[in-house]
Design a protein around this ligand. Structure first.
Ligand SMILES: Cc1cc2nc3c(=O)[nH]c(=O)nc-3n(C[C@H](O)[C@H](O)[C@H](O)COP(=O)(O)OP(=O)(O)OC[C@H]3O[C@@H](n4cnc5c(N)ncnc54)[C@H](O)[C@@H]3O)c2cc1C
Length: 260
């Protein structure tokens, strides 16, 4: 058994097409408008928000005599007043590796604003098993012995079944798939696997808030603590209202602007 911890890879993000945005700004009468947003993803949310009231500059909308300058104050106000739909325009693409099926099962409960592609254990045959070891188990010598012994027995079972059914000799891939799917039923739910997870900023804020909460499960708290570190640095204006308190060695990421 290999002991692992969740790994976070941010592999994609929303990008602005400069020529298209310039054309639109000319069209609306604000050709000089520009943003100080640290990322395209934050800039795009600002553009989508400002177009609602034509608040790129005073006077474009005769009702607007004053506009909020700067990406950070603009997004802070959007978040404070709860115009969450504006945050749906920008999407991030993550790959979470070495996460258990405990985590992936919890993650896919978040339906709004997300997309999922999960490693198929009908296609990918198990041999060596990796797992996250929760703190209570890791800190107990006897608990650790039971955990490792059990996972290693389940590993051995996978190999035994593969030999019994001579899966390596099967020429028909459909048969391989059926056998692989049958064998995985004897794998533990703590088995480490991979999931591709995309989300918009609104969904990400919600998932960070719910899954770093001390009531959430340890491994998913660890995972979204890592996610938070990454996105706080890369998109500071979307996450500027968050504070972090360490609980049981993991970050609890909170905001007074939480929407349930
Ligand atoms: C600490 C913790 C413990 C949990 N324990 C359990 C448990 O014991 N058993 C269990 O089954 N689940 C459990 N869950 C999962 C939980 O019930 C949710 O299914 C999961 O967190 C997904 O969140 P969400 O419902 O906000 O969905 P998301 O898809 O993340 O939705 C985001 C928001 O969109 C809105 N929304 C989404 N779908 C709808 C809809 N159909 N209609 C109207 N509005 C919608 C809601 O405002 C929602 O909060 C737990 C979650 C946590 C964080």
């Amino acid at each position: 058994m290999k002991e692992v911890k969740p790994r976070v890879f941010l592999v994609g993000e929303t990008r602005i097409i400069e020529s298209g945005l310039k054309d639109y700004l000319r069209h609306v009468g604000a050709p000089e408008w520009h943003t100080d947003a640290p990322s395209d993803a934050e800039a795009l949310c600002e553009v989508m928000g400002r177009l609602c009231y034509r608040s790129f500059e005073p006077g474009l909308n005769p009702n607007v005599t004053k506009v909020r300058e700067g990406n950070a104050p603009y997004l802070a106000n959007i978040i404070r007043v709860g115009h969450g739909s504006v945050l749906e325009h920008s999407v991030l693409n993550f790959i979470f590796a070495d996460v258990s099926r405990v985590v992936t099962h919890e993650l896919v409960r978040h339906r709004q604003g997300t997309a999922v592609s999960q490693e198929s254990l009908r296609f990918v045959r198990l041999d060596a098993l990796s797992a996250y070891v929760p703190t209570h188990i890791r800190e107990s010598e006897q608990g650790m012995e039971i955990f490792v012994r059990t996972v290693e027995q389940l590993e051995a079972l996978q190999r035994e079944l593969a030999e019994l059914f001579e899966i390596d000799r099967a020429e028909n891939f459909d048969l391989k798939k059926k056998l692989t799917s049958a064998f995985r039923r004897l794998a533990p739910i703590g088995l480490a696997t991979t999931i591709g997870w995309s989300c918009n900023f609104r969904a990400l804020r919600h998932v960070i808030e719910t899954r770093t909460d001390p009531h959430a499960e340890e491994e998913i708290r660890f995972l979204f603590g890592q996610v938070y570190e990454l996105v706080r640095e890369r998109y500071p204006n979307i996450f500027a209202d968050y504070t972090v308190e360490m609980v049981d060695g993991l970050p609890w990421v909170r905001t007074p602007n939480r929407k349930v």
